[in-house]
Design a protein around this ligand. Structure first.
Ligand SMILES: O=C(O)CNC(=O)[C@H](CS)NC(=O)CCC(=O)C(=O)O
Length: 271
């Protein structure tokens, strides 16, 4: 593994598949022009809208999102994480909230179905029942072992509140962990950055967190602040609140240095 640049994309996805793919394409293009070799898109990058519309268009969203990711990876010769998109589950009327990692040849390297579903009454009055349309994954995410990019672990959004999932990823050797998200504006302002920094510090790993931002439809507002955090917990890049990118260096000697300076993973007692 050599040093390289990674980008976390920040978008305002809306209830319009093709508009979202066009926005994603522009931002991937920007990330690549700035030199990124690894690019992550946020949760629900290709569709943020009413649950019933997401289900009705599920097949189209799934097929076109996957084709889009493969096309972008091949055209720009980069590895892309398709933050997440819905994939219909046969005979259930539900979808998996799915994230996939695609290599520059267009091949799928890893796939993960979001395990922890956001069924929460947020104190600002909004209620979320993700499980009403989404089938929970029942398998821990995998780590993709890449000679070039380091070992890449997957997760999605609300998963960030469950440290045991990240312990699994670090046990499997993860160096770089993705947390693509659509964090609510209300929870995000107090929890987003703290949770991401905690996951980076306790696992001495890089965190790449692509994000949704702004108003998507009705009262659905997200926090933004796509970011990249180093294994010491330092925020290397923060996309703020507008659509754009956070870009930063993933550096194997920094990883090695932090793991030497703070060998906490080697001091675990209850593993
Ligand atoms: O609603 C949509 O349109 C798309 N889905 C999402 O945005 C998902 C599931 S509802 N959001 C989260 O997991 C937010 C977690 C979160 O905000 C927290 O943990 O505080």
């Amino acid at each position: 593994m050599k040093s390289y640049l990674a980008a976390a994309i920040q978008m305002t996805s809306v209830p319009d598949l093709h508009r979202n793919l066009a926005q994603a394409e522009e931002l991937i293009d920007l990330a690549v022009r700035r030199g990124a070799a690894l690019v992550g898109l946020p949760e629900n990058f290709s569709f943020m809208g009413e649950e019933k519309d997401k289900l009705a268009q599920g097949e189209t969203i799934a097929t076109e999102s996957e084709q889009f990711l493969k096309k972008m990876a091949q055209r720009f010769q980069v590895t892309i994480l398709g933050g997440s998109f819905p994939v219909p589950v046969d005979n259930t009327g539900k979808v998996y909230n799915t994230t996939i990692l695609i290599d520059p040849s267009g091949e799928e390297l890893a796939r993960y179905y979001k395990v922890h579903l956001f069924d929460v009454n947020v104190p600002d009055g909004n209620t979320y029942r993700e499980s009403s349309t989404v089938m929970a994954g029942n398998q821990l995410p995998s780590v993709y072992f890449s000679e070039k990019l380091g070992n890449i672990g997957l997760s999605v959004c609300y998963d960030v509140r469950f440290p045991e999932l990240y312990r699994h990823l670090s046990d499997k050797g993860a160096d770089v962990i993705f947390v693509p998200a659509a964090f609510t504006a209300f929870t995000g302002k107090d929890h987003w950055q703290v949770l991401l920094q905690a996951r980076a510090i306790e696992n001495t790993s890089y965190i790449i967190a692509p994000a949704q931002t702004g108003t998507h439809y009705d009262r659905r507002q997200t926090h933004g602040h796509a970011m990249i955090i180093d294994p010491w917990g330092v925020i290397l890049a923060d996309a703020g609140e507008q659509p754009g990118i956070a870009i930063a260096e993933i550096n194997p000697s920094r990883l090695e240095q932090v793991r030497r300076q703070m060998p906490s993973l080697q001091h675990r007692v209850f593993s």
